[in-house]
Design a protein around this ligand. Structure first.
Ligand SMILES: [Zn+2]
Length: 106
């Protein structure tokens, strides 16, 4: 027959569980704060060179462009929109439009 834990063992185990729960909650808050800090530092900036991005609306979506390194980024909904248009009969000209995005503007 298994031995029943003593009252001290029971409360020690309860304390361990509470401490582990608090540690998990603190780590979760810390991870969220770090994520928010990174977002605040980098949102709207080029992932390649760190310069401010400009926004253009093309092909039914938002295109983020870096005028410094000439990078262009599409957000997931914009990519979905492009894929949808490319699959449709109205997809003609998308390649030219994409190439226009990549051409230097300076
Ligand atoms: Zn850039």
């Amino acid at each position: 027959m298994p031995r029943r834990p003593s009252e001290d063992e029971y409360f020690a185990r309860e304390d361990e569980l509470k401490k582990a729960k608090l540690a998990r909650e603190q780590k979760k808050r810390s991870d969220l704060a770090a994520k928010e800090s990174l977002r605040e530092q980098h949102a709207g900036h080029c992932p390649q060179c760190g310069q401010k991005l400009s926004t253009a609306h093309m092909l039914g979506g938002r295109v983020l462009r870096c005028l410094d390194c000439r990078g262009a980024w599409l957000e997931a909904p914009s990519i979905d929109s492009l894929v949808e248009k490319a699959r449709s009969a109205q997809g003609e000209g998308i390649v030219d439009t994409l190439l226009d995005l990549l051409r230097p503007t300076k």
